[in-house]
Design a binder for this molecule. Structure first.
Ligand SMILES: [Zn+2]
Length: 290
């Protein structure tokens, strides 16, 4: 698979960026947006995570891996107004659901947006699973088109395939999560009009920094992929306020400063949900903060 060769490698500990250089010293005037986090994966840190979400005013999309994970995120959504649980089946879980697609229908229907869904031809090396990934993804994309929903997409090693599917299913509001693939497909996805969540790897990787720099401001969103994103990068459990370091880093790369980034992301998110009847409650919450 040729795309695999362009995937970023894991970072050795000695290549770590000094994450402590950025600390939360800013008073944020905007609602911060974490458009991709796995809150159900927190264990004893959940309470602290929700406190940080409240204290730093981080509107958080809690994406699901599968049905149990969505159900857990629905419970967490009851604990915090700033958490939006969304249903999806992650490509790694897709093989468990290929024969249960009709069971997913009602959960997709009740979810105000879709995610995490997608393809993974990079970390899932067993290619016999790829047809299952595609089958489940296409089921979700067909529903998203029908129900006019935002989709939160995992694209690892399958960036071009995802672009083709977005075009085929005419998906209007894709959010591309943690894009790390080839630059030509990145540019094609920009032309398609996708939004991109830049996350914690911007603190570590030149490739991600180049992507963040090139991404048009109007298509920029932010994420953490907590708690696992940071864990994968440096072994620590990612907590919500790491988002401020992400925003700071993007502000440095774009030479605008973090406040402009935070404001831009908030505006982009607001524009994304503006005409979505399923997210009108969320609009009210964002306005209440403004
Ligand atoms: Zn994720």
């Amino acid at each position: 698979m040729s795309l695999r060769s362009q995937a970023p490698t894991r970072y050795r500990p000695d290549l770590r960026t000094n994450i402590d250089r950025y600390h939360s010293r800013l008073v944020w005037l905007s609602m911060l947006i974490d458009a991709h986090a796995h809150l159900d994966k927190y264990e004893e840190e959940l309470r602290q995570a929700l406190e940080e979400i409240e204290r730093h005013q981080i509107f958080t999309i809690a994406v699901a891996m599968d049905l149990p994970s969505y159900q857990r995120n629905l419970e967490i959504g009851q604990m915090c107004d700033l958490v939006l649980p969304t249903f999806g089946v992650h490509p790694k879980r897709a093989p468990e659901y290929t024969d249960r697609l009709s069971e997913l229908g009602p959960w997709i229907e009740r979810s105000p947006a879709i995610g995490e869904i997608g393809l993974d031809f990079q970390w899932v090396e067993d290619s016999s699973q790829y047809p299952a990934q595609k089958k489940v993804l296409e089921y979700f994309l067909a529903a998203a088109r029908e129900q006019k929903k935002i989709v939160n997409l995992h694209t690892k090693g399958a960036e071009k395939e995802i672009l083709d599917l977005l075009q085929r299913y005419d998906i209007k509001r894709p959010i591309i999560h943690w894009y790390s693939g080839p630059l030509d497909t990145f540019r094609a996805l920009i032309n398609y009009g996708a939004c991109f969540t830049v996350g914690v790897e911007v603190l570590f990787s030149k490739h991600i920094q180049a992507i963040a720099r090139e991404l048009p401001a109007a298509q920029l969103l932010t994420e953490t992929d907590n708690p696992g994103g940071l864990k994968w990068l440096n072994g620590t459990v990612g907590m919500p306020q790491v988002l401020e370091q992400v925003i700071q880093a993007i502000g440095d790369l774009k030479e605008t400063g973090p406040e402009v980034v935070a404001r831009t992301v908030e505006e982009n998110f607001f524009r994304l949900i503006r005409d979505d009847p399923q997210l009108s409650g969320i609009r009210m919450k964002l306005r209440a903060v403004d």
